[in-house]
Design a protein around this ligand. Structure first.
Ligand SMILES: Cc1ncc(C[n+]2csc(CCOP(=O)(O)OP(=O)(O)O)c2C)c(N)n1
Ligand SMILES: [Mg+2]
Length: 787
């Protein structure tokens, strides 16, 4: 027998969209409520979630995803709207009830959208406010790059890169750095939709900020679309008395507006009448309305008006000019704490949620049902299936397949042996050799894209750039070159160039590396991005580096020159913390070679490792320290695993010197002297404390699971006598090595600068910071004394 189905009312498009909006508001609120009230709490911690932030942006997300977005568009959603995004995907059949019910629980949907943890429906992770917004500008630039280089099918539609931003994100400086850089590169196809609720975490924003944003964006070449009042308010403004009403609302301080919104219709009436009660025309607008109707009218902002939003978005699709939408909204719209200044982390009580459930027509026990409580569930379902974004981008989600670039067994290489050269110099020469490749052998060089924040030449990218050119969508001449003015560097730009020159803002470097390092997933075109920066200024961009790694972007970071070996440059340029940063950063394999033969092995490894599904980004810390390059053959596996014996210790040796990077010469000198007395001593070159440590931890984990395992560092140290002394040295904080003593119970004397540096020459500084040969020998002597 046919199931009896109630006859559904006919809904217009906007009404259908409003049903979707209702469902998203319900599901996101419920998801957070469920996480906080309906799951056992084992640790007494508040689970959290942001119902007000979600409600603020629900209309924007509805109009965007269910009207405007096409499958290939890319979106960064403000972190606190994660539950709305999960709900969108659920309505599209791409998210499960189990995941949503486990929001903020181990293995469940993440608090903030995460590419790595939430899976292939998420285009960009967000969480550290400001970064996700800026990333869209850089990823749009990378789209232009891969298209200009013919790395994608030209028939593939141009993606729009959209950020749905909280208004407090505009406080982050990185936004403005990205705006400037975007202007220089003439970015296009970027939309930033600002959820302009005039509230951040702590409270309501000061009025003084009003009006600043429009000018700022316009100056940067953006189209500014201010979406302030909804259609009902606009209609009211057009009536007699409307101009006064509009003037009143325009002048209303943010905090007053928020407070009245929270208080509701009666309070609105009181406030309006207090100021305009004598105006008959204003009263003709207000008086016929009930309190509820008046409250609804006064809060009819454009950011909650689906028709206004859709129209504005649709109009903007007609141009590729970067566009910012300042969409006025109310934080917590439709929820009991709408507008309250403390609502950021506010949550509906169980009673409020019950009332909200009734208002939404949701029956107890049916909270997760997709179309529960809607006026026309079947029509809404059909509508959702019909929207452009409902077409899956690929069978496996929103990650595009991309080929792997074959890396030759050995990179093309200049002659190295016997020369005095630095790893920084070696890097420039090897890259230049790679850049020489033409035709078939150019498979690798075609995919390399270099980038640098105004330090390309001083980090030795110059020869590569001269060979491969500077990228810009527009061809620009090199005035110096055309004027025949002597200069080693070519700076003309063209769309085929393979270096992207950035201004001196390191966050931009890491955001661009992040965007380029996701090109395989986002554009289906794999790139091998190489970014160079002075080692100390990794600190300047560190949050963006962390962010790029969090997204699992794949890139090669070259930080050079480094450490107190920068000598005359002084303390502000001498970073000693970077070896530790490199060690503790997940999804970033870091290395510090001393010699160029190690560097060549590691560069090759980097290009390979960056492409492996279980690989990661790679960081090489290099130096300007000149060392005579030895003739030797190396065990590449050991170099990659993090250390190799330069001089293996005799069995049961009581001491070894361990060095990393630029101080190799000091370690060798000390070792020569040590050996006179202790011929059994060993000399260990560490190329990566990061890899050694990771290997050690992994072996420990395996053994705990009953699987026999020995890590590289355990194997290397095995021949030493029990309790033997290790004297370690690097041009960086000694904590990078001090853990080595724990591997096999060795006594460790770890040397390395642990104070701010200063100007000097290398002998003076190495002496002062105790990393010269004499200091190494002193540490050996101390380490050999009985404990
Ligand atoms: C870099 C960074 N600093 C601080 C925070 C903590 N935080 C989370 S949300 C928020 C305020 C967000 O306000 P807004 O962007 O306006 O979002 P909405 O009002 O839409 O919730 C802050 C300070 C963060 N996530 N990231
Ligand atoms: Mg806000």
């Amino acid at each position: 027998m046919n199931e009896m189905r109630p006859i559904e009312p006919e809904l217009g498009e906007l009404e259908t969209l409003a049903e979707v909006e209702r469902k998203l508001l319900w599901l996101s609120s419920w998801m957070i409520h469920n996480a906080n009230h309906l799951r056992p709490n084992r640790d007494g911690l508040k689970v959290g979630g942001h119902q007000a932030s979600c409600a603020s942006v629900t209309s924007i997300i509805t109009a965007l995803y269910f009207e405007i977005l096409r499958p290939h568009d890319r979106v960064a959603v403000k972190p606190h709207a994660g539950p709305v995004l999960h709900a969108v995907n659920y309505l599209l059949g791409r998210q499960s009830v189990e995941q949503m019910a486990a929001l903020r629980q181990f293995g469940g949907a993440q608090a903030y959208p995460s590419r790595t943890k939430d899976g292939p429906e998420i285009d960009f992770s967000t969480g550290s406010v400001g970064l996700g917004v800026a990333l869209t500008s850089f990823s749009s630039l990378m789209q232009d790059y891969v298209r200009a280089h013919g790395l994608v099918d030209p028939a593939m539609p141009h993606a729009r890169h959209v950020a749905i931003a909280g208004d407090a994100e505009l406080d982050e400086g990185n936004i403005y750095e990205a705006l400037l850089e975007g202007w220089k590169h003439d970015v296009r196809d970027v939309w930033w939709i600002v959820d302009y609720n005039r509230q951040s975490l702590d409270s309501v924003m000061p009025d003084r900020l009003f009006g600043r944003f429009e000018g700022l964006f316009r100056d940067m070449g953006w189209k500014v679309v201010s979406l302030k009042y909804g259609r009902r308010l606009q209609e009211a403004f057009s009536r007699p008395g409307g101009t006064s009403l509009r003037g009143w609302v325009d002048e209303c301080p943010n905090s007053t507006y928020s407070a009245l919104t929270f208080q509701g219709g009666a309070a609105w009436r009181q406030a309006l009448l207090a100021d305009m009660g004598k105006s008959r025309t204003v009263r003709s607008i207000i008086d016929p309305l009930s309190d509820d109707e008046l409250g609804a009218l006064m809060t009819n902002l454009a950011g909650h008006d689906l028709g206004t939003l859709s129209d504005a978005f649709r109009t903007a699709t007609k141009t590729d000019q970067p566009t910012v939408f300042l969409a006025y909204t109310i934080k917590g719209m439709g929820l009991p704490f709408a507008g309250h200044k403390d609502n950021h982390a506010g949550m509906m009580t169980v009673e409020q949620m019950d009332a909200f459930r009734s208002a939404m027509n949701v029956r107890p026990g049916h909270e997760w049902d997709r179309f529960e409580g809607l006026a026309a569930p079947r029509a809404v379902e059909r509508f959702i299936q019909s929207v452009p974004y409902a077409t899956p981008l690929t069978q496996h989600g929103r990650r595009l397949p991309a080929e792997t670039i074959p890396i030759p067994a050995a990179l093309p290489q200049p002659r190295i042996t016997g020369r005095r050269m630095s790893t920084q110099g070696g890097f420039g020469e090897i890259l230049s050799e790679i850049g020489r490749a033409q035709g078939e052998s150019a498979a690798l060089s075609k995919r390399i894209v270099t980038m640098s924040p105004d330090v390309a030449v001083s980090t030795n990218l110059g020869p590569w750039i001269n060979r491969r050119g500077v990228f810009d969508r527009h061809t620009r001449d090199d005035v110096f070159r055309d004027g025949k003015l002597a200069s080693a560097q070519r700076w003309g730009t063209n769309p085929e160039g393979q270096h992207i020159e950035l201004g001196i803002a390191e966050q931009n470097l890491f955001l661009l590396l992040g965007a380029a390092g996701l090109s395989h997933d986002l554009n289906g075109a794999r790139l091998l991005p190489v970014g160079t920066v002075y080692d100390p200024f990794v600190n300047r961009g560190h949050d963006a580096l962390f962010y790029a790694c969090y997204q699992d972007a794949r890139f090669l970071l070259i930080s050079t020159p480094s450490g107190i070996t920068l000598a005359p440059e002084g303390g502000q340029h001498q970073a000693t913390n970077t070896p530790l940063l490199a060690m503790v950063q997940d999804r970033l394999a870091s290395f510090e070679p001393a010699y160029c033969d190690e560097l060549a092995i590691l560069l090759r490894h980097a290009f390979d490792h960056m492409q492996k599904p279980d690989g990661s980004a790679v960081w090489l810390r290099l130096s300007t320290q000149l060392l005579t390059q030895p003739a030797r053959s190396l065990n590449a596996e050991h170099v990659i695993a993090g250390a190799h014996w330069v001089v293996p210790p005799a069995a049961c040796a009581g001491i070894a010197i361990v060095y990393q990077g630029a101080v190799a010469g000091e370690a060798e000198k000390a070792f020569g002297m040590l050996r006179d007395d202790m011929p059994e001593a060993g000399l260990l070159a560490v190329t990566s404390p990061d890899r050694l440590y990771a290997g050690w931890r992994e072996a420990q984990r395996s053994r705990r699971r009953g699987i026999a395992a020995s890590s590289h560092i355990e194997t290397l140290l095995a021949p030493m006598a029990p309790g033997a002394t290790l004297v370690s040295v690097l041009d960086g904080h000694p904590a990078a090595h001090s853990w080595l003593g724990g591997v096999r119970g060795n006594r460790i004397m770890a040397l390395g600068p642990d104070r701010f540096g200063q100007s000097g020459d290398i002998p003076d500084l190495y002496r002062e910071y105790e990393i010269d040969a004499a200091a190494i020998l002193d540490a050996c002597a101390e380490g050999l004394l009985p404990e």
